[in-house]
Design a protein around this ligand. Structure first.
Ligand SMILES: [Zn+2]
Length: 507
């Protein structure tokens, strides 16, 4: 079956074909680092991480970029409240972000660009837009002239009049048109600022995503994603800036947006007191359960949080885990594949299993329908249970052989959803120092294969090393790949290369 995705830009489901065969370039708007991430942030993270994992499962190479907005009014205000330097506050919440994202098993992006590290490129785009006369300077600010860009409104499907009555348009009497948005903001006294041809200031929020996505993925990349609250004005403005600057379209080919999270069917908001941050939820619920809950509804539909919904997710996830444990009890975690003749029942069972795998893939191919994909896993689990619990069940080598296969399928599909039970569960803090030693022991050339940053969590450190090992294997640098595998084995982390990707377990 072909892979179909709902494209906000065309408002329909389309066949997904990346610009370059087998390689998907994907950009996801990341958090503003002024606070811990909340449940709404977590939904976007987990949803797009799962889409990335499924694309990898489908055989695509995925280059994934997710930014950090590390300069913004919210950061400046929060820093003033707490008497902290804005850049220190942003760095702190970037670290906190990784703690939560790692716990939720969100894979690290290939690049995590930060706004403050791309000021020059952003100024370059502002200069270009001024030269094209689609922007104008006003007392040290620079504005984008919305009416000079004919495509404005194509993503949100709104007319200029409808946008004018929208709540999020900034009112500023000085602007030539109320819809014009800021590209460069003059600094108020005491605010962090960068020198520019228009005076000291800082970039407007929308600018960073146009600049950083094109820089790392090229203009006309495949997927641009984010929460549906970003469609207007953020993504609409990103398109206007990038396409006006480049004199070309489209800036991004497929636009994917996830739905809102509500709490007991009310909008989640600080003022209603029903605002959940992930760090608190993780005190109460295992990360797998939270992740399961976030994937239990199709990503475009609203998702309602309640204790009952989380409790249901916990019980459902445990059912899947129990099935896997049942299989493991019978196969004894064997890796060898004893052959033998299949009974008719066993043969039928094998067909059923393959049909469920296809059902899972069909669901994911249909705009990443994780709710139906989970239903396929539950069907599979039910069938495994009834096969094993039959009165005439005989544990022949051929049956064990099939069950080993089933366990692999099960794990591989759960891996697509980031839900392999127990993975990373037992990795204690004591691994961190050893993993860090492996990283620091790498030659400078080999270290360049590591993703950015140096986390403190053992899981995140291991992820870094696994990503570096994958990169080494792709470059046919087997010396490094094998060395990493051996060093990890020495500390009791066993790496297995499966057709569906790398797995690890503690031994
Ligand atoms: Zn963005």
């Amino acid at each position: 079956m072909e892979l179909k995705v709902y494209n906000t830009l065309t408002r329909k489901k389309e066949q997904f074909v990346p610009k370059q065969p087998h390689h998907v370039r994907m950009y996801v708007c990341g958090p503003t680092t002024y606070n811990f991430i909340h449940l709404g942030n977590a939904r976007a993270l987990v949803v797009f991480d799962t889409i990335r994992r499924y694309l990898i499962y489908r055989g695509f190479r995925v280059t994934y970029v997710q930014n950090f907005t590390d300069i913004d009014d919210k950061i400046i205000n929060r820093a003033a409240e707490e008497g902290e330097d804005p850049s220190a506050l942003a760095a702190r919440y970037t670290r906190e972000y990784f703690r939560d994202a790692d716990a939720l098993r969100v894979m690290r992006a290939n690049v995590h660009p930060k706004a403050t590290e791309h000021i020059e490129e952003m100024q370059e785009m502002v200069r270009g837009l001024l030269a094209k006369r689609v922007a104008y300077v006003l007392d040290g600010d620079v504005y984008f002239s919305v009416r000079k860009f004919p495509g404005y409104g194509k993503l949100s499907g709104r007319t200029l009049d409808e946008m004018l009555s929208g709540a999020r348009v900034e009112v500023d009497e000085r602007k030539r048109d109320p819809l014009d948005f800021v590209l460069w903001k003059a600094a108020k006294p005491g605010e962090p600022s960068w020198d520019s041809p228009w005076g000291p200031g800082r970039p407007g929020w929308h600018l960073e995503c146009s600049v950083m996505s094109s820089k790392y993925l090229g203009f006309g990349f495949d997927i641009h994603a984010g929460g549906s609250d970003l469609i207007f004005p953020h993504h609409e403005n990103e398109i206007a800036q990038a396409e006006a600057y480049q004199d070309d379209a489209p800036f991004a080919r497929y636009w994917l947006h996830n739905g809102f999270v509500t709490v007991n069917e009310e909008k989640m908001s600080k003022s209603l007191g029903n605002f959940f941050i992930v760090r608190d939820l993780l005190q109460e619920w295992p990360p797998e359960v939270l992740r399961f809950f976030l994937l239990s509804t199709h990503y475009r539909s609203p998702l309602d949080y309640s204790t009952e919904a989380l409790d249901l997710a916990r019980r459902s996830f445990n059912r899947l885990r129990n099935t896997l444990e049942l299989i493991d009890e019978i196969t004894g975690g064997q890796d060898v594949m004893p052959a033998g003749r299949l009974s008719r029942e066993a043969g039928d069972f094998r067909h059923q299993v393959l049909a469920r795998v296809a059902e899972f893939e069909d669901a994911m191919d249909d705009d990443f329908n994780t709710a139906l994909a989970l239903a396929a896993l539950f069907n599979l689990g039910r069938e495994v249970n009834s096969f094993i619990n039959r009165d005439d069940f005989v544990q022949t080598p051929a049956v064990v052989h099939i069950l080993i296969h089933v366990s692999r399928y099960f794990n591989s599909l759960l891996g697509v959803l980031g839900l392999i039970p127990g993975e990373g569960r037992d990795m204690g803090e004591e691994y961190a120092a050893q993993l860090l030693q492996v990283i620091t022991g790498l030659a400078p050339g080999d270290r360049s294969l590591l993703p950015e940053g140096l986390p403190t969590e053992p899981r995140a450190l291991l992820d870094m090393l696994l990503q570096a090992r994958e990169a080494a294997r792709k470059q046919k640098n087997y010396r490094l790949a094998d060395r990493l595998r051996d060093e990890l084995r020495e500390m009791g982390i066993l790496i297995e290369d499966t057709p569906r990707g790398v797995r690890w377990r503690l031994v």
